[in-house]
Design a protein around this ligand. Sequence first.
Ligand SMILES: Nc1ncnc2c1ncn2[C@@H]1O[C@H](COP(=O)(O)OP(=O)(O)OP(=O)(O)O)[C@@H](O)[C@H]1O
Ligand SMILES: [Mg+2]
Length: 325
Amino acid sequence: MSSAPRPLPDLAVEIVGLNKVYGGSGKRKPKQALKDFSLEIPRGSFFGLLGPNGAGKSTMINIMAGLVNKSSGTVRIWNHDIDAEVRNARCAIGVVPQELNLDPFFTAREALEVQAGLYGVPKPERHTQEILEAVGLADKADAYARTLSGGMRRRLLVAKALVHAPPVVVLDEPTAGVDVQLRQQLWEYIRKLNRCGTTVVLTTHYLEEAEELCDRIAIINHGQLVACDTTHALLRQLDNKSVTLILSQPLTEIPEALQRFSPTLPQPTELHINYRPSSRAMMEILDAARGCGLPIVDIRTEEVDLEDIFLQLTRAPAPAERAAS
Ligand SMILES: Nc1ncnc2c1ncn2[C@@H]1O[C@H](COP(=O)(O)OP(=O)(O)OP(=O)(O)O)[C@@H](O)[C@H]1O
Ligand SMILES: [Mg+2]
C-alpha cells in the first residue's frame, strides 16, 4: 500500500517565541542571547540573516541544527518539530557552522563519505565528487583536512552540509576567509541549488553579498528581530536618494529656482541634492536645473544600500539586561 506523498510545507523554517539563556558561572552573568524570537522562512527563499557581532545569529542557527539547546519556544524545520521529530528535522537541514570543526585525520573525500554514511545516504546516491568540484576541492580530495588552508577547510564544511541533499541549507558565514574567486564559485553553486528548490539561509557580514544574493532579509539585534522583509522592500524603506549634477563651469551661487531643493555645493562644479523619492521625482530636479540654464555635463546618483538600513536598525543600544528573577 503506497501512502500519498506529504505536501511540501509553505515554510521551510518556522520559529515561534524562541528564547535562549546561556547559563552564567562564577563571575559570568547569564546571557539572554535570544528573546522571544519568531521568524518564518518561506520554502524556496534565499534568506539572509544579518546582525552585528553577538546579535544571536549563530545561537539561532545552532538551535536549528540541534547543536545548542533552546530555553523555550518552538522550532519547526520542514514542518518537523526539532523536539518531537528530531530525526526528520535533522535530515531536513544541512548546517555549515561558523566554527571550524573538522576531523583532521580524514581526507576531504573521507570526510564527505563519513558524513553521508551518518545520514544513511546509500553509496549509489552519494555525489561526493560533484560536491568536491562545486566547492573547488576536487584536487584536494585525498588531502587530510589538517593540511588544508583555512579557506579550504571552510569550503569542506560547506561540502559536508550538502551530502544528504537537505531541502534547507543554512550557512553561518560560509565565505569568511574564502578568496574572491572561490567565493563566486561557491555562490554560483548555492544559487543553482536554490534555483532547483533548496531553501538557503545565510549569515554574512558582507552586506553587498546579502543584497545581491538574498530575496528576503531578517535583521537581528540584541537577540530580537528588528526587520524582516523582502530585500526590495527593505531597500525601499529608507526614503533617501541623492543626485549630484556635474557642471562644465563653476557656480558662484545657487540659483534661486533651485533653493527649494536645499542643494549644497561641495565643489564649485558639483551641485548636490538629497531628496525623498516618494515625494519628489528626480525629473523635477533636473527640469528645474535645466530651466535655469545650468551647464550640466554629467549626473551622479546614489541609492541607499543595505548598509544604510543595517546601520540605522542596529544602532540602538543594548536594552538593560533584565535582572535575573
Ligand atoms: N556558549 C556560550 N556561552 C555563553 N554565552 C554565549 C555562548 N555562545 C554565545 N554566547 C553569547 O550569546 C550572544 C549571541 O552570540 P552569537 O554567537 O549567537 O552571536 P552572532 O550573532 O552569531 O555573532 P557573530 O556575528 O559574532 O558571529 C553573545 O553575547 C555571545 O557572547
Ligand atoms: Mg555567529
